[in-house]
Design a protein. Structure first.
Length: 136
């Protein structure tokens, strides 16, 4: 799998060949889009710094799919595979379906989780009158 994080100073570009790490991330991304966010009403998000990761999954030389993971603000995932494109914000049922997404992304990149994500990833699905839910 090749991953690139082009929107941040000191961008990371890597090829990950450890099958277990790649499969775990692929599974996480698929779980997110298979359980899309169905929030009713507005969602308050932390500030988005434009932090996004893109990658391509391969089986040998055959491309299996691509992804984009918006990792700041309201986290979101887009997976393109088998001629289809699926998208979801990483909240509610989508976040619950892939609880190891951040950890697995950091492992694929070979970086500590603290270097891969902004420090305050909190979503407040209920607005200002309800406490925020920490996604970590």
């Amino acid at each position: 799998m090749n991953t690139v994080e082009p929107t941040r100073t000191g961008a990371v570009a890597t090829t990950q060949r450890k099958t277990a790490l790649v499969r775990a991330l692929f599974s996480d991304l698929c779980e997110v889009v298979a359980h899309p966010n169905t929030a009713k009403g507005p969602i308050n998000c932390p500030i988005a710094f434009g932090l996004a990761y893109t990658g391509t999954f391969y089986d040998g030389n055959r491309e299996l799919g691509t992804f984009t993971y918006g990792a700041s603000g309201c986290q979101n995932v887009r997976v393109n595979a088998a001629g289809q494109s699926k998208y979801s914000m990483v909240t509610g049922s989508a976040a619950s379906a892939a609880p190891h997404l951040e950890t697995d992304m950091a492992a694929v990149l070979g970086l500590p989780k603290s270097a891969v994500f902004t420090p305050t990833q909190q979503i407040n699905p209920g607005g200002p009158n309800k406490p925020a839910k920490n996604l970590r």
